[in-house]
Design a protein around this ligand. Structure first.
Ligand code: PBG
Length: 357
């Protein structure tokens, strides 16, 4: 390295400037800093807890639930431990989560194939399953935060998040329907709308629609950096959109190769009025969570998606991982990366574990 004489007098660096990568102490030279023993702060529970940089609480957790339009529960194959819930089971299930300390849920509908059309009209039906579920939950638990997904895929004959014409996913016409969808969800009483469709300009348009109708208090969580990911596979079984999906979502969801682009997506959604930004999937994209948090310092959510849940459950089910430890370690990783909120299908089991201490 070359000398930089003009900076010499100012340098406060402890590490010699000719090798900034030199470790502070060599492994064999503990003698150089005999006073430093990192293990002192790890030697007992009380000190480990005292110096812990991050904590996980039920307040951080958002519990996604699936509803269907029949009575009773139906297990989701690829998501062991997760059921689709009939409206008759809803109050019981949400009450159970609430008793564990969960205070926010996200509602996703399983839509019957017969209700799927290419104009997605069921998405804007004020009596659709999601709206009925929201009313039911808010009536029983006014203090619970309810989040609705805004996207057309549950209602679309093509399984896409936007309207399709001649194989193309149309942007601006989709945004118009999404605005209407967000509006009927707000009218049904949801607290937050969460556009997951990745159409351009939808956050601003939805904000304007909600404000225009007097819903200035409804929050927007923007799925700002949502990647075209195979980890959504089990979810598509749960909501019944997998079989109808023609092609893939690569023309609107992000390329997993990209990271700078996520910052641009987040910047735009914030400019358009997003209150909270989300990164999705979670664990394979912890670097994006960290970059977003550092760059924008705004409330940030992570979505531990269905495929991540399925991976952990499959390994635990085979006895290859300790389920409870894996669940808690994965959730803490989101906090460490910078997430404030975490959507996780493990929310109830994590809440139970947190309660047990
Ligand atoms: C729909 C939507 C998806 C998820 C949340 N909202 C699937 C998709 O984009 O295909 C995925 C959630 C999960 O996998 O847990 N727009």
């Amino acid at each position: 390295m070359t000398d930089q004489p003009q900076k010499e007098g100012l340098s406060l660096r402890a590490v010699p400037s000719d090798d900034s990568t030199a470790p502070l102490s060599q492994p064999e030279s503990l003698g150089a800093f005999p006073q430093v023993r990192m293990r002192r702060n790890r030697r007992a529970g009380w000190v480990r807890r005292m110096v812990a940089e991050n904590t996980l609480s039920t307040d951080d957790l958002i519990w996604p639930i699936f509803v269907h339009d029949e009575d009773g529960r139906l297990p989701v194959n690829a998501m062991p431990g997760v059921d689709r819930l009939g409206l008759d089971c809803l109050v019981d299930a949400v009450g159970g989560g609430s008793a564990l300390g969960l205070s926010t849920i996200a509602v996703f509908p399983y839509t019957d194939d017969r209700l799927k059309t290419s104009d997605c009209r069921e998405a804007v039906n004020p009596e659709n399953l999601v709206c009925r579920a929201v009313r039911k939950i808010k009536q029983a638990f006014p203090e619970i935060g309810v989040i609705c997904d805004v996207a057309l895929d549950p209602y679309n004959a093509d399984g896409h998040d936007g309207l399709v014409r001649d194989g193309e996913i149309l942007n601006d016409p989709s945004v118009e329907v999404l605005c209407e969808q967000a509006l009927i969800q707000a009218q049904a009483g949801c607290d937050v709308v969460a556009p997951s469709d990745m159409m351009d300009g939808r956050i601003g348009a939805i904000r304007e629609t909600l404000d225009g109708a007097g819903f200035t208090q409804v929050n927007i969580i923007a799925y700002a950096a949502k990647y075209a990911s195979c980890f959504y596979g089990p979810f598509r079984e749960a909501v019944g959109s997998g079989t109808s999906l023609s092609g893939d979502k690569k023309t609107y969801q992000m390329d997993p190769a990209n990271s700078d682009e996520a910052l641009r997506e987040v910047a735009l959604d914030l400019q358009e009025g997003a209150d909270i930004v989300m990164i999705k999937p979670g664990m394979p994209y912890l670097d994006i969570i960290r970059r977003v948090k550092e760059q924008f310092a705004v409330p940030t959510a992570a979505y531990q998606v269905s495929g991540e849940y399925a991976m952990l459950k499959a390994a635990a089910g085979n006895g290859w991982l300790d389920n409870d430890k894996a669940v808690m370690e994965a959730l803490m990783a989101f906090k460490r990366a910078g997430a404030d909120a975490i959507l996780s299908y493990s929310a109830p089991e994590a809440a139970a574990l947190l309660k047990r201490g």
